[in-house]
Ligand binder design. Structure first.
Ligand SMILES: NC(=O)c1ccc[n+]([C@@H]2O[C@H](COP(=O)([O-])OP(=O)(O)OC[C@H]3O[C@@H](n4cnc5c(N)ncnc54)[C@H](O)[C@@H]3O)[C@@H](O)[C@H]2O)c1
Length: 303
């Protein structure tokens, strides 16, 4: 008999964003590895073999509370994968789905319903890579302990900054939150890690493509890989990090970008992520630029 090195057999695994892209690939791998998969998403999950699908808009606290009533009391592994780019949703929804939901679930459910040996992985983004540089911008959010407090400290930004800025800011806040909470969870024997994906061919691809202007542009940004990653290439690292194979790995920022960060460190590629996500002047300028390009796109469509 083959040894179960990953240790997922019979484990209760909760996956958010399980209906598309990386989350869907994660759910599929976990089913193959013998886990009991509880899939959460606002859209239906079609992965065969999952234990239960639960429809939920993660940007709504009450819906999260309802879903966690249906999940077994003891959770072995949590995969926080769901996310929004901000190109089709407003600042508040984007921020709450990407950050507030993960904070809320961690502090209100995972802390009480996991025990020694359990594991948590979140999916942030290379867009949040510079989180250590901007800790001062994130502290107020990351140190807020309730859903309502987060709403309060992000109220001004939500009404002034462009929604696409919520993406970078939410991913930075989540990365800092993971770093701080991994230390707290380590004290109770629970591991927590962060996967930061580069551009990946998922349901979100078109939205990032529209921001860059073309598929070629998106691929050119991908650097030495010469292509976008596949969903499986992001699911693999997440499944590994939450498995028994990574039993001494906690508090890790795992950047999955095929050397792109190294190119930036070596000065061989421009670092476009090193910009403030909250500075009012930068936010206003970005909003102006985005409005202008949206108007141009509208006008060219009329011709
Ligand atoms: N695709 C990329 O290039 C890329 C790069 C870096 C990071 N990411 C991150 O990867 C994660 C997975 O995204 P993906 O690329 O697989 O995209 P995707 O759009 O294919 O999948 C995202 C899933 O999240 C679900 N979702 C979105 N908002 C939700 C909400 N409010 N409530 C419940 N479910 C919701 C969607 O229905 C979808 O099934 C996201 O956190 C994203 O920010 C993506």
């Amino acid at each position: 008999m083959m040894k179960d090195y990953f240790g997922y057999q019979g484990k209760i695994c909760v996956v958010t964003g399980a209906s598309s892209g990386m989350g869907e690939a994660t759910a599929r791998m976990l089913v193959d590895l013998g886990a009991k998969v509880y899939a959460i998403d606002m859209n239906e999950c079609k992965v065969e073999g999952i234990t239960e699908f639960m429809q939920c808009n993660l940007a709504k606290k009450e819906e999260i509370d309802e879903v966690f009533k249906r999940i077994p009391e003891h959770i072995d592994s949590f995969f926080g994968v769901a996310g929004l780019s901000g190109s089709k949703t407003d600042y508040r929804t984007t921020f709450d789905c990407n950050y507030t939901a993960n904070m809320y679930i961690t502090l209100n459910y995972l802390k009480n319903r996991m025990s020694k040996g359990a594991s948590i992985v979140f999916c942030t983004s290379t867009a949040g890579l510079e989180w250590k540089k901007f800790k001062r911008e994130q502290n107020k959010v990351v140190h807020s302990k309730t859903w309502e407090e987060v709403q309060e400290v992000t109220k001004k930004l939500a009404s002034s900054a462009p929604a696409t800025f919520a993406y970078m800011y939410s991913k930075r806040c989540l990365s800092q939150f993971i770093c701080e909470q991994s230390v707290e969870f380590a004290k109770i024997g629970i591991r927590m890690n962060n996967v930061l994906p580069a551009s990946t061919d998922t349901g979100m691809k078109q939205e990032f493509q529209d921001m860059v202007g073309s598929e070629e542009g998106l691929i050119a940004q991908a650097g030495l890989a010469g292509r976008l990653a596949t969903s499986e290439e992001m699911a693999g690292p997440m499944v590994f990090l939450n498995s028994d194979m990574a039993s001494f790995v906690s508090g890790l920022d795992m950047v999955v970008d095929y050397t792109d960060t190294c190119l930036k460190v070596l000065g061989k590629k421009k670092n476009l992520e090193a910009v403030s996500a909250t500075n009012p002047i930068i936010c206003a300028l970005a909003k102006k630029m985005l409005n202008k390009s949206a108007k141009n796109a509208l006008n060219s469509g009329k011709e």
